[in-house]
Design a protein around this ligand. Sequence first.
Ligand code: BGC
Length: 704
Amino acid sequence: MSNATDETFISQLLAQMTLEEKIGQLNQINPGDEFDPSLLQEGKAGSLINASGALTGMGFSDSGSAELSNHFQKLTLESRLKIPLIFGRDVIHGFRTVFPIPLAQAAAFDPDLARQAASIAAREATTSGIKWTFAPMLDIARDPRWGRVAEGNGEDPFLGSQMATAIVQGFQGEDISAPDKLVACAKHYVGYGAAEGGRDYENGEISEPTLRDIYLPPFRAAVEAGAGTLMSAFIDLNGIPATANRRLLTDVLRGEWGFDGFVVSDWESIKELIHHGVAEDDAHAARLALQAGLDMDMVSGVYLNTLGESLRQGKISMEEIDEAVRRILRIKHRAGLFDHPFTDPLRATRDLLTPESRDLARQFARQSMVLLKNDRDLLPFKDFRRILVAGPFVHARGELFGTWTPDGRAEDVTPLDEALRQTAPKGTELWFTENVDMALHLAHQADAVLLLLGEHPVRSGENCNVSDLGLPPGQAEFVQAMTALGKPLALVVFAGRPLAITQQVKVADAVLYAWHPGIEGGAALGEILFGQASPSGRLPITFPRATGQVPIYYNHKNSGRPIDPNGEFKTRYLDLPPSPLFPFGFGLTYTRFEYSNLKLSAETLRGALEINAEITNIGTSPGTEVVQLYVRDLVGSLTRPIRELKGFQRVELQPGETCRVTFTLREEDLAFTRADGTFGVEPGSFHVWIASDSKSGLNGHFRL
Ligand code: BGC
């Protein structure tokens, strides 16, 4: 949090600033075609977005980006007070080294890997002069139609909070002024994932308890981890657009949580307050946002163009402007920009795409893939001489990246077919084709068939929403056609969201969900398919059987007529079982685990309780299990979720090996937003599970 050096420095600087210079700091510019560099010399920009690499349209040589940002910084330092720019960019799941998409990262259930990946992304991105990333994206998503589900950590607030902490720490390190660290931006604050119908930018309604207990916790975790900035969401939440929501931006964020960094709007979202129908013109929109606690205007220009006049008319105060400027200067100062405004262009030659970065990307990709089905242990492939590999992804390169990778380069990726060839055991022939007819022809002579299917990256991400969660057109037919021959059939699905692949899961012998696995995705996949590695990912989000089941999530409430497939007047669909296709937390591997001997350290939780169970590898190969802890509060002043994740641990076990996994549950872990609006626990009975997913497990109980 703020220290004395920051504050004295800022106060002295603020005292010298003219109104125009102050407003300039609140303005973020996109240096596109009509960009006038004199704005920088006049101190009219506090930040540039996308000022480097491909998005400037100036190509990207390794050192060129640093030279370009240094050029902009030099112009800025010609301004009267020489306040440096902060360069921002979307470094979402890696920079040049592209890691798996965030949803896949969550599937690894290993926040420490996410911390390491963020730290590499920071080292790489800062070589371009970028000092601020618009990540992590912390939006809880219960609706996979929404394209941005790919960018977040899924549906669970506990997992989402663990990821938030780790990623913020990875980007920012101990000291964000270090040349290889980035200022993080927790986004999109808040409720953005609740957009109605899964339509991006749409409005949403979230009750106060659900907002507090489900949507806000990852943001709070990011703030507690020291995130320097937040971005407001595009959404109109409960009738107040997040960009103008004073209660959330000021009362909760600053008042309750003590956040002292700054908030940036989303792209033109201040100006969009007019479309939302809460502001009549630019000046009104700017006033609403500033007074709500929104400090920096991302590219709409309305702060720059209207705040001065609003001040002269007495509609806003100098204190309000000063406070926003103060927060921005605080983060710039903390990020070391006043002392080190420039970037050494040579760093790009050392710090991009190192062998260690690639190794981590491969490990992360391996850990994030989720084995959903494996009948008769088809995977890993063994004893097959000829394997037909078919489908639209056989030659994938840049397609493995997923959404939001402006700095990844397809030529850095080993094409999927080549990667599989490199990892297949000697003596195994792989035949590749994208063509259905050719595949049918070749399949006759093959011993097994592997189909590589799923979504192209442009089908997920911002505003890439779908109304149908099935495979893209033609692929279901492809799978169906390949089943006709009765050959062993494995599917690998690449996707930015859970797809409703009910029929394909039924007909295939094995299904591996690979998400968009990043730059080393091909090798990671090969290692899993051919048994050099075993899958250990788990679903960070519920997989529906059909689009019509959405929203469907594990931590729902019970209702007065709980789900019962046989109950005529119980919650149900007439045309679908009530359960999901795969529950949250689910994932198989090449061995099996048995859970036994659940023990609780006491019948009553006083302060804390230890819960443990024995996990045994009862198969014949080593494997990693993600052991999960769930609780249920049986009676509350408000209805409570039927399960809530409270812990997880990855354990690696040799065949026959047993280990005892222990979790500590503290009283505060059971707190929630109660009927009277306060946050705390309520005494009573609780269920607890140590489980391999959100639907199974050993069950015990305790009292509080
Ligand atoms: C997105 C943000 C992103 C910003 C800057 C917006 O359209 O919603 O997530 O950070 O653009 O590129």
